[in-house]
Design a protein around this ligand. Structure first.
Ligand SMILES: [Zn+2]
Length: 180
């Protein structure tokens, strides 16, 4: 493919001929700007999104490294998003932001449930269990223990973010709601 025929626009998705011939079967290219490798690794564009980027192996790893599932989501935003989802699902908004109608005992937000999942815990696990799991997983995936392991680094970040969510939720939770 002639260099001049390359398009540098950000119009996603990039469907172009792969290789030098226009007759070459069309193949999806990596969505990373300027990359001509086949994009066969789907990555969600944002949490809860069905839209996907398609990256090559290298750029999928890069994207994952920089992508924190829980990042930038304050408790208020999480609650709001949850309320929105409830409205959509039930056509009706219910009173409590933190009463989640999904799995769990109803006292945990969706992000908390997700965080518990990241830590490999059941939805009814208490904070002490979360702390224990977090310590164990953070240790096992720590960059000092697994230097150069991109997957472990991603797990480590997710584990840290998950614990942070649970810790904040624990602080927020009224004492009366704690199990006796
Ligand atoms: Zn790429």
């Amino acid at each position: 493919m002639a260099r001049s025929s390359r398009s540098y626009d950000w119009g996603f998705p990039r469907w172009r001929g792969y290789g030098s011939s226009r007759e070459t079967a069309k193949m999806r290219l990596c969505d990373r700007e300027g990359c001509d490798k086949p994009g066969d690794r789907p990555a969600p564009k944002s949490p809860n999104s069905r839209e996907r980027w398609y990256f090559c192996e290298e750029h999928a790893a890069e994207y994952n490294r920089n992508w924190n599932y829980f990042e930038g989501l304050s408790a208020e935003e999480a609650a709001e998003r949850e309320a929105d989802e409830r409205r959509t699902a039930a056509g009706y908004a219910e009173s409590s932001h933190y009463a989640w109608g999904g799995p769990g005992d109803g006292t945990r937000s969706r992000d908390e449930l997700r965080a518990l999942e990241v830590l490999g815990l059941e939805s009814d696990a208490d904070f002490e269990a979360a702390k224990t799991a977090w310590r164990r997983l953070a240790k096992a995936n720590h960059p000092d223990v697994k230097p150069g392991d991109a997957e472990a680094a991603v797990r480590f970040q997710a584990i840290q973010a998950a614990f942070e969510i649970l810790r904040k939720a624990e602080e927020r939770r009224p004492p009366a709601k704690k199990p006796v």
